[in-house]
Design a protein around this ligand. Structure first.
Ligand code: C5P
Length: 297
């Protein structure tokens, strides 16, 4: 997030998407959430957020781009800015412009990332100097995936999303993100897993990997637990994964609760060729792992 040099009343920044390199959903918790064990990676497909002080009260939001997203109360960047106003500037107001590129409700964490960007933008705009921990705690009030977006961009996530360990696995690969064009409801996907309250055995642990080949090999021993659930009702997702592998991906996997499927390519040109050629009626994006800036802690 940075203050616009030509207009110091405006803070701008990127809100990147994420993928889950593996995602284990362990048990349901008494609070209704699920314990997860997942490796999150920020990627270069990004929304853009700008926040400025306004003379009115509350949050006024304009969404540019993906037409399906409302600029109202269900928009996470609006909720994030409202939370920041309630906490720190109860009589204040902000204008938000959200430029959407990440498809909505697709397992790429776009809404969560925008929420984190809204918190960070207000932190900078209001000169609050909140620590990383404080920003993560505010983020968790808006959604389980929000705290991740205050890390350096790669982390093992546990709990419902708040327990994190930053990691340094290889990032020298290319991604192809394939979105079949329909949204998946996260609560419905979790409910379909029918997990009990009993804590299962040991969680999957990914060993240290020095090369991307080792990384792919070890990731191959994990999976995304939502895949078997969707296999029954959304067979298209399995077809996308199989096709990505046929076209040269070293790994193809669902991200989050879906429906985006990513292909991890160690051969950049294979990924590039695929994206340039397009792919039937599916929306397809090129992306790469992205380090996130970590601002003052
Ligand atoms: O935290 P967030 O608002 O993103 O979660 C949306 C829904 O997804 C929750 O209400 C819950 O049904 C489900 N969820 C879950 N366990 C998690 C994260 C989300 O059950 N760790």
């Amino acid at each position: 997030m940075y203050i616009d040099s030509s207009n110091p009343g405006v803070v701008r920044g990127d809100a990147p998407a994420k993928i889950n390199l593996f995602l284990e959903v362990r048990n349901r918790r008494p609070d209704g959430y699920h314990e997860i064990n997942s490796l999150f990676q920020a990627v270069s497909l990004t929304d853009r957020v700008s926040v400025s002080n306004s003379s009115g009260r509350g949050v006024r939001c304009t969404v540019i781009g993906d037409g399906n997203l409302s600029a109202g109360d269900d928009n996470l960047v609006v909720r994030a800015c409202r939370l920041m106003l309630d906490e720190f500037r109860p009589d204040g107001g902000v204008d938000v412009v959200l430029e959407k590129h990440i498809p909505v409700a697709t397992g790429l964490g776009g809404g969560s990332s925008e929420a984190a960007a809204g918190i960070e933008a207000c932190n900078v705009l209001f000169g609050l100097g909140l620590t990383q921990q404080q920003r993560m705690q505010l983020g968790l009030r808006l959604g389980s995936d929000v705290p991740f977006f205050f890390t350096r961009g790669q982390a093992l996530i546990r709990g419902r999303g708040e327990v994190m360990e930053e990691t340094a696995y290889p990032t020298d690969y290319q991604l192809v993100l394939v979105n079949p064009g329909f949204p998946v409801s996260t609560p419905a996907a979790y409910a379909a897993l029918k997990r009990g309250l009993t804590v299962p055995g040991e969680p999957f642990t990914l060993p240290c990997c020095r090369t991307v080949e080792e990384y792919v090999f070890h990731l191959g021993h994990a999976e995304n637990d939502f895949e078997p659930v969707h296999r029954r009702t959304l067979p298209e997702l399995g077809e996308i994964a199989a096709e990505l592998l046929r076209r040269g991906a070293a790994l193809a996997r669902l991200s989050g609760s879906g429906p985006t499927v990513f292909g991890l390519f160690t051969d950049r040109s294979a990924a590039q060729t695929l994206v340039e050629a397009g792919w039937g009626h599916w929306r397809i994006f090129a992306a790469a792992p992205l380090p996130l800036p970590v601002e003052a802690t």
